[in-house]
Design a protein around this ligand. Sequence first.
Ligand code: ADP
Ligand code: MG
Length: 478
Amino acid sequence: MQWEIVVGLETHTQLTTESKIFSGASTAFGAEPNAQACAVDLALPGVLPVMNKAAVQRAIQFGLAVGAKVAEHSVFARKNYFYPDLPKGYQISQFEIPVVQGGTVSFLLGDQMKTVRLVRAHLEEDAGKSLHEDFAGQSGIDLNRAGTPLLEIVTEPDMRSAEEAVAYAKTLHTLVTWLGICDGNMQEGSFRCDANVSVRPKGESKLGTRCEIKNLNSFKFLQAAILYEAQRQIEIIEDGGVIKQETRLYDPDRNETRSMRSKEDSEDYRYFPDPDLPPLMISPEWVEQVRSEMPELPGQKQARYTGDLGLSEYDAVTLTASRAMTDYFESALAVAGADKAKPLANWLLGEFSASLNRDDKTPAESPIAPELMAALVKRVVDGTLNNKTAKVVFAALWEGKYSDVDACVKGEGLEQISDSGAVEKMIDDVLAAHPGPVAEYKAGKEASFNFLVGQIMRAARGKANPAQVNEILKAKLS
Ligand code: ADP
Ligand code: MG
């Protein structure tokens, strides 16, 4: 039997506001437990929540970025449940009327463009944390996180593989960090996914029963959890069993999911409109104001890169995978000129990205400034440097040995030997030293030609122009 995996994701993104969604307490990460929990976050009697405008503004930005409807009128509701890290006994969320409705997220999966539909995105407050580590058999409660603003982004069950779910999540991560509405720090829990997973026989149109895997805070765990869970469900069904709808936890140490609780229905939460908060009203003028301040988005940049700059779709998508890389590319391009977009992209996605990865740096922290990168690419394009010598220059610039490309070329003795007399002399020497390969080439063995080119480049210590060497060598051998 062929099985199809179906995935819908619910992503909690922590919004980059300085204070909490309904109180003035700070949202900064890492403070002493309970140092950033005020009377509202502690749920002391008589306190009232006050909506944080900056959180709403970020929700509007998101809605516009995904082409959703930003509701003029949305409603906060109480989601009632008991848990030690939730002192009010309810979470303030949005239920029937969320602030963002619909929208889509598109991305490249392999060489195919995919579009995932969003159901909604709603504002809510985060809960506190139970700490089980340092208390010798007892647990502690830290309410610093209580009241931190979240935008929960919910998709339709549109994804058909773990890879597709990860590609969606990465695209969403890029988008919210690009907009600056979320810092994207997954270790600190600023971006975490719940994966709803079901399976069905290929070709079947009805959805299977799903399980929801909570709180996946890395792309690796998201991928592994979906794969494990789908396989688990397939085995149960093939053994004649049925899937129970439930909430599960992923254990990365054992790479498996475990049952946490049977699925609660929304009725269990006794949602009702929060009487302490008036409906959230967003005027069309506010939406237009936010729209006028929106940055150019990854999708718009990709279209411009493939259209105006002639880059491949792959290059365009990879360059726009983070705003930092895009900013670097555009700064360098402004200096190098639009006609050098392709070689510049090659350098950024090759040597430059590899060096950033190796040294664990962001593009903004690169020791090579964009102007310097542009100067290097110019010298490659005008033939002063070939691929090999350019790499030597790149490494020297990366180490900070030079702050100027031409000074580096001189200092390292890397000027190309452009004197054709000198090149001819080297070629003659190599031909004289290797009569065997010369004879083989003349007898029809193409590979000997490459061998001879290799020997000549070696004699020139990489500084000859390969095109020129090829040309002269061909002439001499014919
Ligand atoms: P609830 O609000 O009870 O969690 P929803 O119907 O809003 O349920 O769905 C939550 C998430 O589960 C959504 O992302 C949705 O796309 C996904 N989902 C719903 N049904 C399935 C299914 N059969 N298989 C996989 N995902 C599903
Ligand atoms: Mg849910």
